[in-house]
Design a protein around this ligand. Structure first.
Ligand SMILES: N[C@@H](CCC(=O)N[C@@H](CS)C(=O)NCC(=O)O)C(=O)O
Length: 231
């Protein structure tokens, strides 16, 4: 059995979507990051970095943190969404790493400087939003000639989609990126994706994509979270 330690966030959705797509049985263990549960000793024993998501494979006695590593672990466990041949596997992992090192951190900083910080620092907002726009253009270019990022639908699509889908929250519209929009919309239709973003609650997802909820309140709560995260 897989125990999934998570909370409704893009990094958490990557893993819940993957589990749903792979049809792997799992139980959800909520870690309320707004309440600081990710910093409690019980959770730090699972992830010393004090961040969600993390998994425990109770059958194998294996614990994994870092969402990219978790996705690769689950893909290998299920034999799905990561091809076994070296070329196909490398292509998928390359686009997972693109998300882990580019899309995630840059969108995260765009969120922090444009939404959470009470002081609005134009140079910082511009820097991170421009970098997000540039990364979106790279994805758009890849998707111009390819239905998915790396061959068939894979963990690379799940990883990038979970972040790019909240472009509203980062303040970077995707209207100019027609191929990226086509891909966003197609993946959104998948039942496993809808199930994955609804784990624990769907409210945060609706909020981060700009469809419902109190944007100002979430930004305030998230600012507190950023300060907690620094500890
Ligand atoms: N590189 C990590 C990032 C994990 C991460 O930043 N998680 C956020 C939620 S998306 C978190 O737990 N934040 C709580 C905090 O900052 O204390 C991964 O991909 O798993």
């Amino acid at each position: 059995m897989i125990e999934l330690y998570t909370w409704p966030t893009p990094n958490g959705w990557k893993v819940s979507i993957a589990l749903e797509e792979m049809e792997i049985p799992y139980v959800v263990r909520g870690v309320d990051i707004m309440a600081g549960e990710q910093k409690q000793p019980e959770f730090l024993r699972i992830n010393p970095n004090g961040r969600v998501p993390a998994i425990v494979d109770t059958d194998a006695g294996i614990t994994v943190f870092e969402s990219g590593a978790i996705m690769i672990y689950l893909a290998e466990l299920s034999g799905r969404f990561l091809p076994p041949d070296p070329a196909g596997r490398t292509a998928v992992i390359q686009w997972v790493m693109f998300q882990m090192s580019g899309i995630g951190p840059m969108m995260g900083q765009a969120n922090i400087f444009s939404r959470y910080f009470p002081e609005k620092i134009p140079a910082a907002i511009d820097r991170f939003q421009a970098e997000v726009r540039r990364l979106f253009s790279v994805l758009d270019g890849q998707l111009a000639d390819n239905e998915f990022l790396a061959g068939d639908y894979s963990i690379a699509d799940i990883a990038n989609w979970s972040w790019v889908r909240i472009h509203f929250w980062a303040g970077v519209p995707v209207d100019e990126f027609v191929h990226l929009k086509r891909w966003l919309d197609a993946i959104e239709q998948r039942p496993a994706v809808q199930a994955g973003v609804s784990v624990i609650n769907r409210d945060t997802y609706e909020l981060l994509i700009g469809q419902a909820g109190d944007v100002e309140q979430l930004a305030k709560d998230a600012f507190d979270l950023v300060q907690t995260g620094e500890k």
